[in-house]
Design a binder for this molecule. Structure first.
Ligand code: HEC
Length: 161
């Protein structure tokens, strides 16, 4: 079941990235909000599945696919926040604070930091460095949390178990 979720997650993320790369191709602001929220929920599921796998004694190399899926999404994330999709700017429910667009450089840095953290996670999985992978999961978690602390309204970090 978990494996099927991860596969679906990766396939769906690929679809999203393609859709938004065609600028002005008809992906509306509300579409972007729904797509990014689903990707962020899937990120949470993916992240937790890696933690659980390591806790269950799996090696880092078994997590190469979910790590790469997070890295792929991390690279697409900034483009999923087009102008006009912040809280109170649209009828769609969103926790994206307007400070994202007031401090776009800071938001892009937070996203780049997240992309770096997940790229490193992917490299550690490829090297089958299990202790390093475990430490890097913490770094990734911090990259999620530090972006949320400034740019997302409401509860910080992924939902707790
Ligand atoms: C660069 C900033 C940034 C990073 C990095 C980031 N998030 Fe978020 N996240 C946001 C913002 C902004 C929202 C609010 C989006 C919205 O409601 O439109 C959000 C929303 C969410 C949500 C709620 C989605 C929903 O259905 O409303 C979850 C869950 C989540 N993030 C998990 C994560 C996890 C897990 C990570 C790391 C593995 C992560 N995020 C990394 C900025 C970020």
């Amino acid at each position: 079941m978990l494996r099927r979720l991860i596969v679906l997650c990766g396939a769906w993320m690929g679809f999203t990235t393609v859709g938004l790369s065609q600028e002005g191709s008809g992906v509306s602001g509300p579409d972007a909000i729904l797509a990014r929220q689903a990707s962020l929920d899937l990120s949470s599921i993916t992240f937790r599945s890696m933690v659980d796998a390591l806790k269950a004694g799996r090696e880092a190399k078994s997590q190469a696919y979910p790590a790469a899926a997070l890295a792929k999404w991390a690279a697409a994330l900034p483009r999923m926040f087009p102008p006009g999709t912040g809280q109170d700017e649209t009828t769609v429910s969103t926790q994206a604070l307007l400070v994202i667009w007031r401090d776009r450089a800071g938001f892009d840095r937070a996203a780049a930091n997240y992309a770096d953290a997940t790229a490193r996670l992917t490299a550690l999985a490829a090297a089958n460095d299990t202790p390093g992978f475990l430490r890097q999961l913490e770094e990734v978690d911090q990259a999620c949390g530090s972006c949320h602390a400034r740019y997302k309204k409401g509860a910080q970090g992924p939902p707790k178990k």
